[in-house]
Design a protein around this ligand. Structure first.
Ligand SMILES: Nc1ncnc2c1ncn2[C@@H]1O[C@H](COP(=O)(O)OP(=O)(O)OP(=O)(O)O)[C@@H](O)[C@H]1O
Length: 235
């Protein structure tokens, strides 16, 4: 499959069980694909459903209907219908996600937080740590922080640990949820360079970037999510 991510006729609504089962439709008939070596950016106004789409694609939100086809171990899997065990396998081997905020684990050093996606896939610890060091250095995280757990790091430092953790793998699909939100100009430029490198390696990326300058530098396509919003359809 030259296109590792295809989203077909996906609909999603939220049911508010504490509000007498009120149903809030969020997106309808979502159709798009992301080709290898490209970065598509989800656009549209606040609340239109951009983050919800990323969360559906990562398997955090269940969809009402439609298909989310991902390339995994040489086959095509419909993530919308597959079992949780396969979703975890897809996350480990095929699809990465850089969230806006780092979920810290007590007592695990920043270096090992970054190295973990590789050790989980069987890379020996020394090599994984070397690759983690390269990325942390590239992202200008001070070396004296590498052995510390990131819980007390600043917002921008935590985000850089998170970016390093997301970019360390060779996943063929990468989802990016505002990876540059808390970064200064120097580190934003590093992230733009990392994204370009992933494109050259053939990775299919889908992201949310509110920073227009970064968006212009990385986006091959901008997908206006308003076209999938029942609210704008009704307006
Ligand atoms: N877990 C949830 N339960 C109920 N409603 C939700 C949930 N997650 C999102 N929503 C609603 O879905 C709509 C879309 O939210 P979403 O976060 O996807 O928008 P967005 O386009 O990413 O917004 P922003 O640019 O402000 O981050 C909003 O109206 C939001 O209130």
């Amino acid at each position: 499959m030259p296109t590792p991510l295809i989203v077909s006729d996906v609909c999603k609504s939220f049911t508010m069980h504490l509000r007498d089962g009120l149903v809030l439709p969020v997106v309808r008939n979502v159709n798009f694909s992301v080709a290898s070596g490209t970065c598509s950016v989800l656009g549209g106004p606040s609340g239109v459903g951009k983050s919800s789409i990323l969360k559906m694609l990562y398997g955090n939100y269940v969809v009402d209907s439609g298909q989310i086809l991902v390339k995994h171990h040489g086959t095509i899997v419909d993530l919308a219908k597959t079992e949780p065990r396969t979703i975890l396998e897809i996350r480990r081997d095929s699809m990465g996600y850089v969230s806006q905020f780092l979920r810290t684990v007590p007592r695990v050093s920043a270096l090992d937080v970054v190295a973990e996606p590789l050790t989980m896939r069987g890379v020996v610890q020394e090599e994984a740590r070397n690759r983690a060091s390269d990325l942390l250095a590239r992202l200008n995280l001070p070396k004296d922080l590498w052995q510390l757990p990131p819980a007390t790091f600043s917002g921008g430092e935590q985000q850089r640990v998170n970016i390093a953790r997301g970019f360390i793998t060779d996943h063929s699909i990468l989802l990016l949820d505002e990876p540059t939100a808390s970064l200064d100009a120097q580190n934003r430029a590093v992230v733009v360079e990392l994204i370009r490198q992933k494109k050259a390696e053939g990775v299919a990326m889908l992201g949310i970037f509110h920073d227009e300058e970064v968006r212009a530098l990385v986006a091959d396509t901008i997908l206006d999510v308003s076209q999938f919003s029942p609210r704008t359809m009704a307006a």
